[in-house]
Design a protein around this ligand. Structure first.
Ligand SMILES: NC(=O)C1=CN([C@@H]2O[C@H](COP(=O)(O)OP(=O)(O)OC[C@H]3O[C@@H](n4cnc5c(N)ncnc54)[C@H](O)[C@@H]3O)[C@@H](O)[C@H]2O)C=CC1
Ligand SMILES: O=C(O)C(=O)Cc1ccc(O)cc1
Length: 295
């Protein structure tokens, strides 16, 4: 594309603002921004995260692409407002952590799956949220998963790939179903466990007094329990079946560990811990290889 594409980011929080900032700083797009509530988009302009503020989703400038950077259950009300602008668009995409339910929401809200629509999910983030957490290098050397649909046009797939590559991401493609299964296991379950553990421990001691005595292991494990409650509320409600499947497998394994502790079955404990260590060491090697490749 000779001219810079014109991109509107709706939802200027951690992911939307990081994406906008990465595109703008790398001169990969002319970036408009919209956020509900007074002031956020204006602040984004002042911080050079976006080029221009959009005040009203019902009167949009000519655009090539709209990126939905809002929590999953905020997508439907936003789509209702931008419906009229979708006909001239090359690309409509999102960054939601769940894909199946986003596809259903788009289909139900628009009455069809438009050719411009390609679902997406950056596999990069943090426990922080909001515009203040925006970081233009957030996506460097991270995967961006797209789940193109039978209805997605070649032009839409090309533009989504080009934009995320410009932000430093490795764009990979997979089915909606595989995405939701894999992410339930590697992201949604660990977040559920972290929320649950920190909640349990905080109720066990007044003013979370026991946290004073926690070491690095607890810090590492519990970091993600500081993640945004609204965002995770939406994820757990919209990836219900994949999450329940992996949660039930985990609960069965946890019960076996409980029994082993109860019965003093050290051999079983050692076998589980050894297997887990091998898997984690393999994961560290993968991360190191990815880092090396990008240097
Ligand atoms: N936080 C993370 O690490 C990651 C999040 N995601 C996904 O990205 C999406 C956004 O997450 P974050 O950026 O972390 O959240 P965030 O809370 O930092 O940002 C969301 C932004 O959307 C705005 N917003 C909410 N409802 C709106 C509406 N109806 N109209 C206009 N603006 C609205 C909020 O005011 C906020 O500025 C979610 O769908 C999440 O699943 C994907 C990858 C990583
Ligand atoms: O903070 C972390 O370690 C994360 O795992 C961030 C994250 C949260 C949600 C996603 O869909 C993808 C990445």
């Amino acid at each position: 594309m000779n001219q810079q594409p014109k991109v509107l980011v709706i939802g200027l929080g951690l992911i939307g603002a990081s994406f906008a900032k990465a595109l703008k700083s790398r001169h990969a797009a002319y970036v408009y921004g919209y956020n509900r509530g007074a002031g956020v988009a204006q602040q984004a302009k002042e911080l050079a995260v976006i080029d221009e503020v959009v005040d009203d989703l019902q009167s949009l400038p000519p655009l090539d692409c709209i990126v939905l950077g809002v929590p999953v259950l905020a997508i439907a009300p936003v789509l209702e407002q931008i419906k009229p602008a979708l006909s001239g668009l090359t690309l409509l995409t999102d960054v939601g952590s769940v894909k199946g339910e986003v596809v259903t929401i788009v289909q139900q809200t628009l009455g069809e799956l438009p050719a411009c629509f390609v679902p997406g999910h950056p596999i990069a983030g943090a426990e922080k949220s909001g515009l203040a957490a925006a970081n233009e290098t957030l996506f460097d050397d991270h995967m961006h998963i797209i789940t193109p649909l039978a209805s997605s046009s070649a032009a839409a797939i090309e533009l989504v790939t080009q934009l995320w590559q410009a932000c430093g991401a490795d764009v990979i493609s997979m089915s909606v179903e595989k995405h939701d299964e894999v992410l339930a296991a590697t992201s949604h379950l660990p977040h559920l466990l972290a929320f649950s553990l920190v909640d349990t421990l905080s109720r066990e001691s007044e003013n979370s007094e026991i946290f004073k005595y926690a070491a690095g292991g607890f810090r590492d494990f519990s970091r993600i329990a500081a993640s945004d409650p609204t965002m995770w509320h939406d994820i757990f409600l919209t990836n219900q079946s994949a999450l329940l499947a992996v949660l039930r497998r985990f609960q069965a394994d946890l019960s076996q560990l409980e029994q082993a502790v109860e019965q003093g079955d050290g051999a079983y404990l050692k076998q589980v811990f050894t297997q887990a260590k091998q898997s984690r060491d393999h994961f560290s090697d993968l991360l190191a290889a990815r880092k090396k490749k990008s240097q």
